[in-house]
Design a protein around this ligand. Structure first.
Ligand SMILES: *Cc1c(COP(=O)(O)O)cnc(C)c1O
Length: 422
């Protein structure tokens, strides 16, 4: 391990200063920003202000005085440039799961508006190893409206990519895909997929859970129809922070969604008995936003205000390349089967390795203060967050991994018991 070289790279890194925005746990190498991003000092200050001054002193008048009522839109417009969207198309609310339900329902209304029969075009295409909640939400909708109106169709990711036209056909209503696979880190060619979907008249929903804040996303340029994503991974919004939903401007006038709560009403404070949807992206809202949580997201996004996603991506690729090179050097590469694409173009901001003892190794790493995570059945994931991961961090992670593997400490019984959250 040549730490002098890694420190030289940190010194030359244009993003190095951004690490100061974050609360870095003591003596810790944090490689789990793909699961829960670190806390920013700005969020810590904001939450203190929202509880101390806003809620604490200014109370209910804060809905107007501190712009609480507009926060979903304020945060949405702040997120927009990070995901390649013009403002007015993104709103912060709910979870990915709930937003997917709204997006799926709304996508069907896009087809309805074209006069297409749901029976003729009812298939929702996704990948078999998509994040399960994405598939569960389609299953829930299918149960609600009947399989004759909504039918989940799964393709193996590799087969889908090998022949898009074979899977995305005139029978496809909706293509619902996650750009970066949460297990393998594989990045799907979304522009090409959207082009194929539109060529056959299908509507596309993109899940950006492992993309937003990690790599450049171009929703407008791709002509995506809908997108969802969370803010607690690479966007550092905090545990359970509200998610976001994007609806392309061209669809906003016509789409409807069934969770038509009062915050999605054109005039929530008219208290009219009949629902009339807001005209803009606010129509995707349902109930009262969680102001504490959303304020945390709003403040966390400030860390992105002076960086381009291209710079973030460049560093992300370099961090992963250094990781792979050091793994090779350490002689461990043969033991850890990299399931992520080796071509960085085809990868998000993580590296995943299959190992029969992945769980125990992960626990032993955590004890040595290298925070990685485990995904069933036997994957060890390392996420790179260019805003706060340094090149030296990568060196330290590999050094400690090497020690754990040489001493075989991971075989000790205390590393073998599984907890509720893995
Ligand atoms: C993390 C993640 C989710 C989480 O969904 P929530 O409803 O916000 O808990 C969904 N989809 C993907 C692809 C994810 O990676």
């Amino acid at each position: 391990m040549n730490f002098a070289e890694l420190e030289r790279r940190d010194a030359a890194d244009p993003l190095a200063e951004l690490r100061n925005h974050f609360v870095i746990p003591k003596n810790t190498v944090y490689l789990d920003g793909n699961s829960l991003g670190l806390l920013t000092h700005a969020t810590q200050r904001r939450v203190a202000d929202v509880t101390g001054q806003q809620w604490g002193q200014d109370g209910i008048s804060s809905w107007n005085q501190h712009g609480w009522v507009h926060l979903p839109r304020t945060v949405g417009d702040k997120l927009a440039p990070i995901i390649g969207a013009q403002p007015g198309q993104v709103i912060c609310c709910d979870s990915i799961s709930v937003n997917l339900f709204k997006a799926l329902s709304a996508a069907f209304t896009v087809l309805d508006a074209r006069g297409e029969s749901r029976r003729a075009r009812k298939q929702v295409l996704s990948t078999a190893d998509n994040f399960p909640t994405d598939l569960y939400m389609v299953q829930g909708l299918q149960q609600l409206v009947g399989a004759e109106n909504c039918e989940l169709v799964l393709a193996e990711e590799a087969e889908l990519l090998a022949n898009l036209a074979h899977h995305i056909t005139a029978e496809t209503a909706i293509v619902m895909l996650t750009e970066v696979n949460f297990r393998s880190g594989r990045r799907l060619p979304m522009a090409e997929i959207i082009q194929q979907a539109h060529a056959v008249g299908a509507v596309v929903i993109v899940d950006l859970a492992h993309s937003a804040g990690a790599l450049p996303v171009e929703l407008d340029e791709w002509q995506a129809d809908f997108a969802v994503g969370c803010t607690y991974k690479y966007l550092n919004g905090g545990p359970g922070a509200p998610a976001f939903i994007y609806v392309a401007e061209r669809h906003l006038p016509t789409v409807t969604q069934p969770l038509s709560g009062w915050f999605g009403h054109a005039q929530p404070f008219a208290f009219d008995a009949t629902f009339a949807a807001a005209t803009g992206i606010e129509k995707m809202l349902s109930g009262t936003p969680s102001i504490l949580a959303m304020s945390a997201v709003d403040a966390a996004l400030d860390a992105f205000s002076d960086v381009s996603m291209e710079q973030v991506r460049e560093k992300s690729v370099q961090l992963a390349e250094v990781f792979l090179a050091l793994l090779d050097e350490s002689g461990l590469a043969g033991e850890f089967d990299c399931i992520s694409p080796l071509d960085s173009e085809q990868r998000g901001s993580q590296l995943s390795f299959a190992h029969p003892e992945a769980y125990a190794i992960c626990q032993a790493l955590i004890e040595r203060k290298v925070i990685a995570d485990f995904r069933a059945p036997n994957y060890l994931r390392f996420g790179f967050t260019p805003l706060y991961t340094s090149f030296k961090d990568v060196g330290l992670a590999l050094q400690r991994l090497q020690e754990i593997m040489q001493t075989r400490t991971y075989l000790e019984p205390r590393f073998q018991t599984r907890q509720a959250v893995t």
